[in-house]
Design a protein around this ligand. Structure first.
Ligand code: GRF
Length: 292
């Protein structure tokens, strides 16, 4: 149960304890203050006492937990929490789309997407939640990012991914509704694409349709761009279809390539672009899907 709460609220163990204390102390304080205020009304126990007490407590409770959250350092959590309750009560609450990130490497893009999720959650405007990180490499940096953020992980096996069921059952069981490929090096099998039609996006470190396709990943892309004397490179965020780096393009951003650039320096420029745009594009896309 505690693990689920940590995931749902995106908090670590210490903050979870502080939040639960805030709920407990704020709730008791609210109950006490409510009873004291009821004493002034002169109403005896009975239907009206219970009725007015409930209304009073509903009004007092947010105030009490917010006051208690300050010394516990949980004010921003409770502000977002109350905003969420308010949105839910007014029927304006977004459906939260449950996302899996597939990654084979360091996971800096996954990290940025997770940060975006926290940022929106803090504002009470959570659009998506990263519920699962999927990787084909047991030592991928992205798995440590998942652990730090209490996100479940799934390590996949090549044979089963390509010739088996593409792990569709596991993804569906985890409630995944949308898949983000962020530095995932395997081609996505047809079984997975059919199970998530128009619900899988990828980021490619070049301006597709140029410099894409099989074998075009990481520094190989940047080296090819420099060797061809290109003056411009960039990033492409696109839907995933049955061909490598081929689906409909959602977004592109560019950067210049100078004569002095090496694959490493170009990779840095590209990463900056990715970190700036990928999380926002994902959020906008999911907002649009939500409003349909
Ligand atoms: C990114 O450059 C992305 O475009 C490519 O793989 C890289 C992943 O980097 N598909 P990171 O693991 O997110 O740092």
């Amino acid at each position: 149960m505690f693990k689920k709460l940590k995931q749902r609220w995106h908090v670590n163990a210490l903050n979870l304890v502080l939040i639960l204390f805030t709920f407990a102390i704020g709730g008791s304080l609210c109950g006490m203050a409510g009873r004291k205020l009821m004493a002034f009304t002169g109403i005896d126990q009975g239907f009206w006492w219970v009725f007015i007490y409930i209304i009073l407590v509903c009004l007092l409770w947010p105030f009490c937990v917010l006051m208690i959250s300050i010394p516990f350092g949980q004010y921003s959590f409770f502000i977002a929490y109350l905003k969420k309750i308010q949105a839910r009560m007014s029927g304006k609450r977004n459906k939260i789309i449950r996302v899996a990130i597939f990654a084979s490497g360091a996971g800096s893009n996954a990290q940025k997407i997770i940060e975006q999720m926290y940022l929106s959650a803090k504002k009470g405007e959570e659009v998506f939640r990263v519920d699962l990180i999927v990787s084909n490499k047991p030592d991928a940096g992205v798995l440590s990012i998942a652990a730090k953020n209490n996100i479940d992980t799934l390590l996949i096996d090549k044979e089963r991914f390509f010739r088996g069921d593409g792990y569709v059952a596991e993804l569906k069981k985890a409630g995944i509704q949308f898949i983000i490929l962020a530095g995932f090096l395997w081609k996505v099998p047809v079984s997975l694409i059919r199970a998530f039609p128009n619900k899988i996006v990828n980021i490619h470190p070049a301006l597709l349709p140029k410099y894409g396709g099989k074998g075009m990943y990481g520094d190989k892309v940047h080296a090819a761009i420099i060797a061809a004397g290109e003056k411009e490179s960039g990033i492409t965020i696109h839907y995933v279809d049955e061909l490598y780096d081929h689906g409909n393009i959602i977004f592109q951003a560019t950067c210049s390539v100078s004569e002095n650039d090496t694959p490493e320096t170009l990779a840095q420029k590209i990463h900056l672009l990715e970190h700036k745009h990928f999380p926002e594009v994902i959020e906008d896309l999911l907002k649009m899907q939500n409003s349909r």
